[in-house]
Design a protein around this ligand. Structure first.
Ligand code: HEC
Length: 151
C-alpha cells in the first residue's frame, strides 16, 4: 500500500513537470505578427515621451497627432508621415545626406530634441521605427496633400 502511494506521488510529479515544460514551450513560441503589434504599441508610447530629449518636447510636438497631421518647426512645415519606411534609406534634407530611418529618428532626438541618440540595438529604436513606419496619413485621408503644405 505504502509503495503504491509513493509510486502514485512520483507519477504525479513527473506529470506536473511535463505539463510545466509544455507550457513554457508554448510561451516561448513567438508570434511574429503579435510581436510587431506590441512593438508598434510601445513606439506609440515613446512617441509622446518627452524624456527622449531635454527640451520638453516629444516627437509628437512636431509630428502632430502621432505623425498623422502636418506640424511645423519655426516657419518650416513638417509633412505628416506617409510610408517613411519606403523613403529611407534616402536623402534626408535636414542633414543634407542619405540616411536610414533609424538615423533620421536619431537626428530628431539629437538635434531638435537635444537628447542622446539611441544605440542601434536599443529596443526603443526598433519600437519608434516600427511605429513611424506603421503610420500612413495618406491612406487615412486625414493628411493634407503635399502641394497644399508647400503653400
Ligand atoms: C522640433 C521638432 C521635431 C521633433 C521634436 C521631432 N522631429 Fe522628426 N522631423 C522634424 C523635421 C523638421 C523633419 C524634416 C521634415 C521634412 O524633411 O520635411 C523631421 C523628419 C522626421 C522623419 C522623416 C519624415 C519624412 O517624411 O521624411 C521621421 C521618421 C521623424 N522625423 C521621426 C521623429 C521621431 C521618431 C521623433 C521623436 C523621437 C521626432 N521625429 C521628433 C522635426 C522634429
Amino acid at each position: 500500500m505504502k509503495r503504491a502511494v509513493i509510486l502514485l506521488c512520483m507519477l504525479l510529479i513527473v506529470f506536473a513537470t511535463l505539463s510545466i515544460a509544455q507550457e513554457k514551450k508554448a510561451e516561448m513560441k513567438a508570434d511574429p505578427g503579435n510581436e510587431l503589434k506590441q512593438s508598434i504599441e510601445r513606439g506609440k508610447g515613446l512617441f509622446i515621451d518627452a524624456s527622449l530629449g531635454t527640451t520638453g518636447m516629444s516627437c509628437n510636438s512636431c509630428h502632430i497627432e502621432g505623425g498623422m497631421k502636418a506640424g511645423e518647426m519655426g516657419d518650416m512645415k513638417i509633412p505628416p508621415f506617409t510610408l517613411v519606411a519606403k523613403k529611407y534609406p534616402g536623402y534626408f534634407k535636414m542633414a543634407e545626406k542619405v540616411m536610414t530611418l533609424d538615423q533620421v529618428i536619431n537626428w530628431c532626438i539629437l538635434t531638435p530634441m537635444e537628447g542622446t541618440p539611441l544605440a542601434w540595438d536599443d529596443q526603443r529604436m526598433a519600437d519608434l521605427a516600427s511605429y513611424v513606419a506603421s503610420v500612413n496619413a495618406m491612406k487615412s485621408g486625414k493628411a493634407e496633400s503635399k502641394e497644399k503644405l508647400k503653400k
